[in-house]
Design a protein around this ligand. Structure first.
Ligand code: HSE
Length: 414
């Protein structure tokens, strides 16, 4: 297959843009050159020659010389405009913008079909881990029953630093920002929104299902404290921010919530800005992917791989959309959770289906009980900063005969 030389127009020259520029220059064999870079702040001093830069989006979008638009800005609304116009102008697009993608996947899928133009976004989900390409190509026939793991580098960095180095939450967050892992608005990371966007994207490629981010419950790491860490240590577990999607029959459930992971779970050894993904398939059973999930070069390397793929006309086929047309998203999933609270009135114990443990002290209390995921959305205590919610186990509510083959053998879900 002959490879063509691509002319690139970049949007954004921040952490990821500079990472891409650097990896592109260090890589031999990729036939692509940066022609123009659209930036928002022309007054900033730049590491490369001024002739590359413009502040006018149409210098790229309407430029017939440019074949590929590489969108690497962090404003999701502006990114949506850029990606949409580029596809309509039949320019292939590479983007890392998970929020923009998750919010507009059905339309972006339709635009790709209508204009017969590819949109690639490997860097959007777990940065350097090639999960989307694997889901598209390698797992196109296996019956996947679950995709779960650590989908956010900043929060994993914060939790690792608090755990291993005894750092305070605020210091660890500051470091994650300084190292270029965190979003401009770090609430997207610590509140569990960023991993939720990535979960929506990977659900599409794992199961062929479009899921709106607002339908997925997310709970961040902001309320975790030393008492939770002590509980985990006493039980030989660690706390990780877990993104999880499970398929039961024709339903797919999903959430992002901190979870206790046990010593035999590979996620326990995923440290700092690394991400880890566990796939559960009927035939291959359990598989684990590890790689850096944030940072300039790891993200740049995934963008570069997409650019390289465009040189041989690669595009996502989204085969699972047709294979799984009867699937629907559901929040009907029973979880065993640990809930730590201060004031007895913070919590309503009748919200739990079953309570297996209760601990009370003057300083803090906790319960371990079963609760349905769809209930969590509407419970006021999930918004209370004095309450901490951690998943202990994912419990299936689905009868055996509806379960996906292989689902009984889930090994590492939490
Ligand atoms: N803020 C994101 C993270 C960057 O920490 O994972 C990579 O998507």
């Amino acid at each position: 297959m002959s490879k063509k030389t691509l002319k690139l127009g970049l949007f954004g020259f921040g952490c990821v843009g500079q990472g891409l520029y650097s990896v592109l220059n260090q890589t031999k064999g990729i036939r692509a050159s940066v022609e123009k870079i659209c930036i928002k702040h022309p007054e900033k001093s730049r590491s490369i020659d001024a002739h590359y830069f413009t502040t006018m989006a149409d210098d790229i979008l309407d430029n017939p010389e440019i074949d590929v638009v590489v969108e690497l800005i962090d404003d999701a609304d502006a990114a949506y405009y850029i990606v949409k116009k580029a596809l309509m102008n039949r320019k292939a697009v590479v983007t890392a913008n998970k929020k923009m993608l998750a919010e507009h996947l059905p339309e972006l899928y339709a635009l790709q079909q209508e204009y017969q133009t590819p949109l690639l976004y490997e860097a959007s989900s777990c940065a350097s881990i090639p999960i989307i390409r694997n889901l598209e190509e390698y797992y196109d026939n296996d019956l996947l029953s679950a995709i779960s793991g650590i989908f956010n580098g900043s929060t994993n960095y914060i939790l690792s630093q608090m755990w291993d180095n005894g750092k305070e939450y605020s210091d660890a967050l500051k470091e994650a920002q300084e190292k270029g892992f965190a979003e401009s608005d770090p609430l997207l990371d610590v509140g569990g929104f960023d991993p939720k966007y990535k979960l929506c994207i990977t659900i599409l490629h794992a199961f062929g299902l479009f899921v709106k981010p607002e339908n997925v419950f997310n709970y961040g790491i902001q309320n975790l404290n030393k008492q939770d860490v002590t509980y985990a240590q006493q039980h030989g577990k660690k706390i990780k921010l877990l993104a999880s999607a499970q398929k039961y029959g024709n339903k797919v459930t999903g959430f992002v919530i901190p979870a206790f992971v046990e010593a035999d779970n590979p996620l326990i050894n995923v440290h700092n800005e690394f991400n880890g993904i566990i796939l559960q398939g009927a035939f291959a059973n359990s598989q684990f992917f590890l790689g850096k999930g944030a940072g300039s070069s790891p993200t740049g390397s995934a963008v570069l791989s997409d650019i390289s793929a465009l040189t041989y006309d690669y595009r996502y086929e989204y085969k699972k959309i047709a294979q799984n047309s009867d699937l629907e998203f559901s929040q009907d999933q029973l979880l065993e959770v640990y809930v730590r609270f201060v004031d007895r009135n913070d919590l309503n114990l009748s919200d739990f289906d079953n309570i297996s443990q209760r601990f009370e002290s003057a300083a803090y209390s906790y319960v371990i009980g079963e609760i349905n995921l769809d209930k969590l959305n509407n419970l006021p205590w999930t918004k209370n900063p004095n309450v901490s919610l951690i998943v202990n186990k994912i419990l299936s509510t689905v009868k055996e005969e509806f379960a996906t083959p292989g689902h009984k053998e889930l090994e590492y879900v939490v």
